[in-house]
Design a protein around this ligand. Structure first.
Ligand SMILES: Nc1ncnc2c1ncn2[C@@H]1O[C@H](COP(=O)(O)OP(=O)(O)OP(=O)(O)O)[C@@H](O)[C@H]1O
Ligand SMILES: [Mg+2]
Length: 220
């Protein structure tokens, strides 16, 4: 008779920061690093990550004629997140695979909460309804001055400004401050990474943070 070890659930690693901080670039690095250390990884992003959630992403990011209020934006973000959590994130973690996600609920707290003034208690209530006890195991906050981030985002190949990238410097200052306040509130979960540093240095800092994760499946 064969006895199988129960699968220990995978971990959820999220990357956060303003536009141009390097989230998408470093999400690839995180996935590759974990892969080299024996972990099966699913790389995904928000808003989006499943077929339906990507359609919601299109609605919430496109710059169209019809106004999208802060509360509408918040509900759309959570609608996309509900699809993503139910249909991709939870099933992947349950199989013992890890999920690396380019943005998650902290982005809603920073952008819709700090940036647009949506009530933090409402965002927390929606987070509880949509993903309950599911929290990132580690959140890498890529922090850099707003001007530097926006300059990178705008010079990226094929860049076209979405509804957020068209926002003012003042908006992104609020978002950045919001992220830093979240990190101060939960220092165990967050790692603040200086994303203004050269890419190789940012990768080094991230590798150090990943190596410290308490996970027996992580090979040296
Ligand atoms: N540390 C770094 N030093 C220099 N350039 C960087 C660094 N990190 C990322 N970049 C470059 O900055 C640009 C933006 O990076 P990236 O697309 O990963 O940011 P992002 O946080 O995903 O942005 P967005 O929120 O708009 O999706 C890319 O051209 C990337 O190569
Ligand atoms: Mg990106």
């Amino acid at each position: 008779m064969s006895t199988r070890m129960p699968v220990s659930p995978g971990k959820l690693i999220t990357l956060e920061g303003i536009e141009g901080a390097g989230k998408s670039t470093l999400a690839q690095f995180v996935s590759a690093w974990l892969g080299r250390h024996g972990i099966t990884v699913r790389l995904t992003r928000e808003p989006g990550g499943t077929a339906l959630a990507e359609r919601v992403r299109q609605i919430v990011l496109e710059r169209g004629a019809e106004p999208v209020s802060p509360i509408t934006e918040t509900l759309l973000m959570f609608a996309a997140r509900a699809l993503h959590v139910q249909n991709l994130i939870r099933p992947t973690l349950a199989r013992g695979e890890w999920v690396v996600c380019d943005r998650f609920t902290d982005a809603t707290r920073a952008y819709q909460g700090s940036g647009r003034g949506v009530d933090a208690a409402l965002i927390d209530a929606l987070a509880l309804a949509v993903h309950g006890d599911l929290q990132p195991d580690c959140t890498l906050l890529l922090d850099l001055p707003v001007r530097a981030g926006l300059a990178r985002a705008r010079t990226r190949p094929g860049a076209t400004a979405d509804r957020f990238e068209a926002e003012s410097l003042g908006f992104f200052e609020k978002v950045r401050a919001g992220y830093l306040a979240l990190a101060r509130r939960e220092p165990q979960r967050f790692r603040i990474i200086d994303a203004a540093a050269p890419l190789a240095e940012v990768e080094q800092r991230i590798a150090e943070a990943l190596a410290q994760l308490p996970a027996r499946e992580l090979r040296a």
